[in-house]
Design a protein around this ligand. Structure first.
Ligand code: SAM
Length: 284
């Protein structure tokens, strides 16, 4: 990958890269698990990369975090216990904890460095989530945790890095099987599943596993500008009928939740499950 002084070149894909201007570099260090950097960009604000891959930006994280939380939680309707795997920046916990119906959030993050770092350099991402008494932060490998948990979760959100490095174990059939068993009746598993235009095989692999595990399996889409390459896919697996909840019900639940959003609406929720041909053709 060539170097571009004053820019971060993201090296996630073989034939496609994105360049983000660094107006200043605030942090650059190696944790026990991955290389952790944060820099300022004039358009996206502070940007966190792990092993040179964009994880979260102040500017567009709301899209990703809203769609991986409000979609399953409002579809479920009475989610009380939520599990987040990954999510070290705290953005996922921030959105989950906006739901007053949620009584307990377990967040399993492998790298304490990401949490501590995000509290200091990206406080607006977690926005106080780490201080919420409902949050139980566990520093562990999500694959280990899911194997030994007593389960009973209404929603499980996999907010991991891509399937390289420590995140790889979170894209395996074994992990998905344990996650399915950790769901309470009617529970929903959702996953960060990459940008299908450039990571189509990842989505197909996850969907193949979900097809074997769940009565209702599919993915839904949202476009996050710094997850380059087109819409991002979120895996959806459930044995209940949550995906069939009518628009009027979603609207009533969203109104009752009283949550201000920048991307999520009940109509966007439903539309997100409409798959274009090139994504539908990735379904097993
Ligand atoms: N939004 C990002 C994306 O879509 O790629 C993910 C952001 S979040 C920072 C990803 C988190 O997953 C990181 O904090 C990383 O440390 C964590 N992670 C990676 N592998 C993990 C594992 N096996 N168990 C728990 N957390 C893991």
């Amino acid at each position: 990958m060539p170097k571009l002084p004053g820019w971060t070149l993201e090296a996630l894909h073989a034939d496609h890269a994105q360049a983000l201007r660094e107006s200043s570099v605030l942090y650059d260090s190696q944790t026990d698990h991955q290389r952790l950097r944060v820099f300022e960009n004039p358009t996206f604000g502070r940007i966190l990369t792990l092993d040179d891959v964009v994880q979260v930006t102040e500017g567009d994280n709301f899209i990703y975090h809203e769609m991986l939380t409000h979609v399953p939680i409002l579809a479920h309707g009475s989610a009380a216990r939520v599990l987040i795997i990954g999510g070290g920046d705290g953005g996922m916990a921030r959105e989950v904890l906006k739901h007053r119906t949620v009584s307990h959030v377990t967040m399993v993050e492998i790298d304490a460095g990401v949490v501590e770092f995000s509290k200091e350099y990206l406080p607006d991402i977690s926005a106080g989530a780490f201080d919420d008494p409902r949050l139980d932060l566990v520093i562990a490998d999500g694959a280990e945790f899911i194997r030994s948990t007593d389960g009973g979760f209404d929603v499980i959100i996999v907010d991991s890095t891509d399937p390289v490095g420590p995140g790889e174990v979170l894209f395996t059939d074994t992990f998905y099987g344990h996650a399915q068993r950790a769901l309470a009746p009617g529970g929903i598993l959702v996953t960060q599943n990459g940008v299908p235009f450039l990571q189509g095989q990842e989505l197909t692999n996850t969907m193949r596993a979900f097809k074997a595990l769940f009565a209702d399996w599919t993915c839904y889409l949202a476009t996050v500008p710094t997850y380059a390459g087109g819409p991002m896919a979120f895996g959806w697996g459930s044995d209940g009928g949550a995906r069939q909840v009518p628009l009027e019900t979603l609207e009533a639940r969203f109104s009752a939740a009283g949550i201000e959003t920048g991307y999520y609406t009940p109509a966007v929720h439903q539309a997100a499950f409409a798959l274009p041909g090139y994504v539908a053709r990735l379904m097993p």
